[in-house]
Design a protein. Sequence first.
Length: 294
Amino acid sequence: MIEALTLKFGIPGKIEFKRGHGDFVTAVLRVDNENSLEAVVFGAQILSWRSGGQERLFLSNRSIFDGKKAIRGGIPLVFPQFGSGEMPSHGFARIVSWEIIQACQNSDGSLSVIFGLAANDETKKYWKADFEAELECRLADTLVTTLRVKNKGDSSIEFQNAFHTYFLVSDSAQTAVEGLRDRPFLDNTNNRAQGFEERPTITFSSETDRIYQQAPETIRIVDPEQTITIESVGCKDAVVWNPWNARCAQIGDLEPEDFRRYVCVEPGNICEKLSLASGDGWECSQTISYSFGS
Ligand code: TA6
């Protein structure tokens, strides 16, 4: 498999393939010494994104790579369901294997790897839809993740999605999320009670788990050492999540202090399911970038 992918898509030093965590087939993109990423076919999940020469994503030391459980960290893809429901939590996309259908250097010098997932016996265990999905990871000095969905069936389909990114921070207690002032939200720590964000920035001192509705296209995460900018297209909502200490202690694939090491900001479509007519296509994306200092 590695040899075949290398023969088909490999560019030495830029696009390479290996057996990484969990012995999963892993695509390695390297723009230069400062910007690289690693993404595995299990869940089409980015596990590492280095920007400005440093790792910008959190990956739990207790992540489980058994090919069954969702990997704790990186950028899990939530699709076609958010949260609990008829399918496993956050849908099946992150717990099935995808296929690498393309990897290339683009005309602007960025590098892309595209994972594909078409409806099959495994997905139909969870969702009857006849769909084709693609996740493109595009790396330059920014990282763009794009989800594309096509409805190949005879009737319309409905789904939710989110890019469930675990952003590595120096200390969540010294981190602020900017851009969500004056937005309504549903509070997942209080039975999805309706709230309204009055604070200019969101800071963390207890469990925070909110679905912001009518989310802006640009959200920033600021900690003492970095500013991460998240620009989304086609995402109506955005989740902000940090479990804080008590909830963190209950999550088996997190270490007790991990709540200090990450903040999740997750653009997506959650509050209202998206509907896709037969034969139609749809996409959404997020562009994340890092700048030094707060
Ligand atoms: O996106 C926030 C959230 O829905 C939280 O409620 C928490 O459950 C988190 O996702 C992680 O979910 P997971 O299924 O990956 O453990």
